[in-house]
Structures are given as C-alpha cells and as structure tokens.
Design a protein around this ligand. Sequence first.
Ligand SMILES: Cc1cc2nc3c(=O)[nH]c(=O)nc-3n(C[C@H](O)[C@H](O)[C@H](O)COP(=O)(O)OP(=O)(O)OC[C@H]3O[C@@H](n4cnc5c(N)ncnc54)[C@H](O)[C@@H]3O)c2cc1C
Length: 321
Amino acid sequence: MAGESVSNSPYDVVIIGGGPAGLTAGMYAARANLRTLAIAGDSTVSQVTVTDLIENYPGISEGINGFDLAERFKAQAVQFGLETASGDVTEGTGKRWGDKDGWEIAAGEMRFGALAVIIATGANWRRLGVPGEERFIGKGVSFCATCDGPFYKNREVAVVGGGDTAIQEALYLTRFAKKVTVIHRRDRLRATAILRKRAFASEKIAFAWDSVVESIDGLDLVQEVRLKDIKTGALSKLSVNGIFVFVGLTPNTAPFRELVRVDAGGYITTDAHMQTSVPGIFACGDCIAKRLRQVVTACGDGATAAFSAQLYVEELKGEAY
Ligand SMILES: Cc1cc2nc3c(=O)[nH]c(=O)nc-3n(C[C@H](O)[C@H](O)[C@H](O)COP(=O)(O)OP(=O)(O)OC[C@H]3O[C@@H](n4cnc5c(N)ncnc54)[C@H](O)[C@@H]3O)c2cc1C
C-alpha cells in the first residue's frame, strides 16, 4: 500500500477513485508497466460495494455480491502492480516534473505527483430536498438498502423512485420489511422489464403512483411521509418506519469542476477515448457524461482511459511506438 507523499518522482498515472472504473484502469495501466496509483475516497464509497447482487456482469451468470466483485477487481489489479492509497482528493494542479509537464494531486496532507491523471470518482445519491430528509438520515432515511435493510425486519418502508436501482432495492427490501411502498412521480416504472415483472409479482410491494414526497415526519425516528398526488394535488399520509431514496445521482466531481470541462449536471465531458478537455487528464465511469451507468460500462471506460493515458505518457517520455 502506498499512501505517502511522492515529492520527486511522479507516478506515471494517478487514478482518483477505487471503484470498477478506477480499478479496471489501474489493472490496465499497471499491466502496461506504468507506475500507477489508485486513490479511493475516505468519505465516499464505491457504489458497487453497497450493491447486494449484481446479476448482469458478463460471465457471472449466478450473480455476485457487489462488495465481493469489487474485492476481486482490486486483487486482480494489485496482482499486476497497482499501488493503492485512500484519502479524499480535493485538488489537482499543474506541476512541472523535471522537463515534463504533469500534475500534483492533493488528498488531505498527502501529495502525489503524476504525469497523467484518470478521474474515476463515480457518483452519489441525489437527495429529495424535502423537510425532514437531512434530519432523519440514519433515523429512518436511507440511501442504501443493502446497508440498512436488515433494520426493517417486519416493518413498513417506502422506496422513492421508479428506475432500475429503486426497483432492485425495493425487491431486496422485501426480504426484511413486511410491506414496501414504491412512491413514484409517474404512473409507470422506468425500470427494465425483468425488474418490473418481479416487482408487480411481489405481494409485499405496493405503489403510490403520480406521487411526490412533501415531507418526512416523526419524533426521534421516521413515522410517516406526507405525499402529494401531482395530478390531483391531493395530500395524503403514509405510515412508514423507513424511507429509501433512489432518485438519481450527482457526480462526485466537485474538486475538478474548475480543472476540466463538465456538463450542466456536473458530469465530466470526454471524447470516445476518455480524454477530458485537458491533455493528460482522462475520466471514466459514472462521473462522466454518458447514457448508461453500470459496472460493465465503468470497466470498459476504465480500460479505454488507461490505454489513452498509456499512449499519452509514452509520448511524453519519448517512448511512443
Ligand atoms: C443500489 C445500487 C445497485 C446497483 N446495481 C447495479 C447492477 O445490478 N449492475 C450494474 O452493473 N450496476 C449497478 N449499479 C451501478 C454501479 O454500482 C455503478 O455504475 C458503478 O459502481 C460505477 O463505477 P465507478 O467506478 O464509476 O464509480 P463508483 O463505484 O461509485 O466508485 C467511485 C470511487 O471514487 C471514489 N471517490 C469519490 N470521490 C473521491 C475523491 N474526491 N477522492 C478520492 N476518491 C474519490 C469513491 O471512494 C469510490 O472508490 C448499482 C448502483 C447502486 C447504488
């Protein structure tokens, strides 16, 4: 494990992020004989590590727990020489290393030198922004069914959202809760057909269609949510012990928004080679502007970013083939 400051000799590649994108990039870069470091965040986790079951990763037809898959990614990358560290990266600044332009990456007190940088910081859960949400986090408001589902044995919970993640998590929660109400702002689900079918077949799952959460209420713990029917304007109350929010993501790109170009949602824009607006800085995975955010696409982006970084570093060192 690395983790100390590197003052004189920069890494060939520093990867910011220790999820599927970052670890795949790390495996490819290290295997290409580049001196490579991957820094995983302290205050954020890889989304895959909180996913109970991944059943759409090619080659693993029996499905795999997300944490176990991430551990496999890491072991494979380390086996090829990837170094790892942990810390929240707050800044990347241009720095000259001898006769070469590169970067200095800051994470707390640590400083890491790099000739090329790959940003693979993923995305985090978006909040509803309603009264009670912040106050009851950890007291009934959750963004992770895998983490908190077991607390709701034989209790009633709500899930907010209608996409794949919301429905997958609602199905997972039926293992514990006696009733799961899916609150969705539309009158149909966006989730893929197989998940919709499973949800409609579950006796434990009910739906509050065309509904948004107005507030989350309780004394010390969540006791009910106030709902508004967006078609009729009617208000109602739903008694629940917990509410799980899956209404999309915001990218973990705050430290880099002045450094590289991002879109209106804060996602880093790249070309097909994962090159950002700044030469020598690449990005991959859930933090970039793209259509499908999944493990398999994160891995694909990571491999491409590493190969692009390899070509960049070889060119910089005058070793291009
Ligand atoms: C509940 C749930 C279920 C899912 N189910 C599936 C599924 O069934 N199949 C599927 O393919 N996908 C699924 N996904 C999506 C999948 O988990 C993501 O697409 C994938 O994890 C993205 O990988 P990533 O490496 O881009 O980002 P992440 O896995 O989120 O990793 C981001 C990494 O960046 C680090 N980081 C963030 N900010 C910083 C910083 N400032 N400094 C240093 N490090 C930082 C984090 O600590 C983490 O290591 C699911 C997601 C969720 C939440």
